[in-house]
Design a protein. Structure first.
Length: 217
């Protein structure tokens, strides 16, 4: 019974974690939007909120890890759950890094590029939605539907690829512009920070895909 209780606690914490990451991503999107509008004070406040939420995700992750180390789940499954939780938590890390870079280094984005930055940020952050739904389905009390999880994982891959395509096109525009090289490199680095979010989402979806093929929760 203790073993079953630990599993239940882990599931509850993972669901709490993915919800908290969603909040963190929303705050990071708000930060980006305010920054692109040159609303620096508002951007700072949202960046602080993002940092706070990321700290909360770390705390939840550590709780999950503690339960796993104390014996929750079978040994054959425990490692995969741990890897998934670590991968999901890194999404919040990327969101925080993106906001910290903007507020700390203040990349100067030309007006001609702001719409592209916004579109890419929306795409990168929205790639999390199908992953969240897949994890919720996996941990559903009614039992998981593998076909739905696979479809959500596939959707993550499509969204991440779309972001990569937009990133490549904008990078091309940046480096064929008349901007000074230092500015090109600076804004392109922030672009990478933004798209790193969808990269981490795809990494987590790969971990989830591996988990559902190994065994069932």
């Amino acid at each position: 019974m203790i073993w079953v209780k630990k599993e239940s606690d882990v599931i509850d914490l993972i669901l709490k974690l993915i919800g908290k990451i969603e909040e963190c991503l929303r705050a990071s999107m708000d930060t980006i939007q305010h920054y692109l509008k040159a609303e620096i004070d508002e951007a700072k406040e949202k960046a602080k909120k993002t940092d706070h939420l990321e700290t909360e995700t770390d705390e939840i992750r550590r709780e999950v890890e503690g339960l796993l180390f104390s014996g929750a789940f079978l040994p054959s499954l425990r490692g995969d759950v741990y890897v998934l939780v670590e991968a999901v938590d890194k999404i919040a890390d990327s969101a925080e890094a993106c906001c910290d870079f903007a507020i700390g280094q203040r990349p100067e984005i030309p007006d001609d590029f702001k719409s592209d930055f916004h579109t890419i940020a929306v795409g990168s952050i929205n790639s999390y939605d199908p992953l969240k739904k897949a994890v919720e389905n996996l941990l559903s009390e009614k039992g998981k539907d593998v076909s739905i999880i696979r479809e959500r994982v596939r959707e993550v891959g499509i969204r991440e690829s779309d972001v990569d395509d937009l990133e490549w096109k904008l990078t091309r525009r940046i480096f064929t512009s008349d901007l000074p090289l230092a500015q090109k490199l600076h804004i392109q680095y922030w672009l990478e920070k933004i798209t790193n979010i969808s990269d981490r989402v795809e990494d987590a979806s790969d971990c989830l895909n591996s988990l559902i093929f190994r065994t069932r929760i």
